[in-house]
Design a protein around this ligand. Sequence first.
Ligand SMILES: [Zn+2]
Length: 322
Amino acid sequence: MRKKKWLCGMLGAALILVSLGGCGKPAGQAGSGASAAVLSESGETAENGSAESVPEKTESVTGNSQNADPQTVSGSSEMAAEQTGSAQSAGQEPLTAESASQEAGPTEPAEKGITVALDPGHQAPDVDMSGQEPNAPGSSVMKTRATGGTSGTTTGVPEYQLNLDIALQVRDLLKAEGYTVVMTREDNETAISNAERATLANESGASVMVRIHANGSEDPGASGALALVGSSSNPYVGSLYGESSRLAEDVLSAYCSATGMADNGVITSDTMTGINWSTIPVMILEMGFMTNPTDDTNMEDPEFQKKMAEGIAQGIQNYFGR
Ligand SMILES: [Zn+2]
């Protein structure tokens, strides 16, 4: 395993999109979620779109914010203990003062000891990713190393740029919370295949890999976000299904709450190279449809992008916080 030489076309993998070359839609494997239907990849999606979108999931994320007091209480008892201790020694009252001031000044985030891999999908078209690579370790199925992705039909912005813009913001937010973040690319010129992205994440010590993409459809009415994970029967990552699903649900839910994007659910797909090569919980977030004028325009709005990044970062934190 770990052969980086195999070209890989992972990206595309995920993108079994039938039409637009977009990356998003896994044709046919809609799996689990009830909402999967919403995706209608092929185009028959009249009901797809915006109708049921936004409101669906807004309640979930807010749940756990009320348990603040227990911490406060135990915190003060710890401080009392410290004070007692210091009384006996050479009079180091500063202990209490120090801990108080640390809590007050949020400058240096405490290291969490958790590494997260972020994978902004695709790359610039001048990077040659046309070679082939195995769709999974040991597989004879070959796929393009990486595909080009979709682009905004209204804004004209390419998907690889949007993916990178959001991933970099998520990186910064997670770092500010004390996470270690590994990026598969931080510019548009990096030639890294889908299998190589997974391998990089596997070997980085990351606990999870979040792959960031945007969707495309022949139907301009198709809108909203969805997440993709390998199924429980996937011969390569089936054992990761539980954790990958939990990660996907957390990220998708927080993302949709933060942005108001329609939540099209978590779907399974076993054809994506970048998932099949993973040895850690892995998901793809399809942030929205670049072929939908509203999604496309929103996703290029700086204020909206901020919410997108905050939602993704919050979802990742929710996953580790449970
Ligand atoms: Zn994509």
